[in-house]
Design a protein around this ligand. Structure first.
Ligand code: 5GP
Ligand code: ZN
Length: 141
């Protein structure tokens, strides 16, 4: 289903042009207009899903199945030393377009424009607390 006024639905339906790299029945990959590094790519399901919570298993499989081949092509083309693959979910995590997408960002070095800083809090949780957290989450699956 297409969502009205969704820019990525419009791109998926070719109503809005994009620099398309890959396409099949379920998936489209195209260059992000804001290139964090050369080759920065978005991979989306053609079916609208707001975010990962909303994503069907079939579309998740289709999107992730396309990622290795696209990543290899990006790596070969850009000579990248590495790649960050991420999805922002929710405003707090930096999501600005509410249609699920994976970012594929070729990486060259620590100063190439991409930064994801996180602090580790290993000391904040005891082994017992981690076991309780894991058990609670497991019970929801
Ligand atoms: P988010 O911030 O939601 O994780 O990522 C959304 C991305 O979509 C941004 O990096 C932004 O540059 C990209 N974007 C937004 N509008 C368009 C568009 O019309 N075409 C393309 N190719 N990328 C877009
Ligand atoms: Zn959409």
């Amino acid at each position: 289903m297409q969502k009205e006024n969704c820019i990525f639905c419009k791109i998926a339906n070719h109503q809005v042009p994009s620099y398309t790299l890959f396409e099949n029945e379920q998936v489209l990959a195209f260059l992000d207009l804001s290139q964090v590094t050369k080759g920065h790519t978005l991979v989306i399901p053609k079916q609208h899903a707001d975010n990962v919570y909303d994503l069907s298993q079939a579309d998740a499989q289709a999107v992730f199945a396309a990622v290795p081949e696209i990543s290899r092509a990006l790596q070969q083309e850009t000579g990248a030393a590495g790649m960050n693959i991420l999805s922002n979910t929710g405003k707090v995590a930096g999501q600005s377009v509410s249609h699920f997408h994976l970012h594929l960002i070729p990486r060259h070095d620590k100063h190439d424009g991409f930064g994801a800083k996180w602090e580790v809090h290993n000391d904040d949780y005891t082994a017992e607390e981690l076991a309780t957290i894991a058990e609670s989450i497991k019970n929801r699956l």
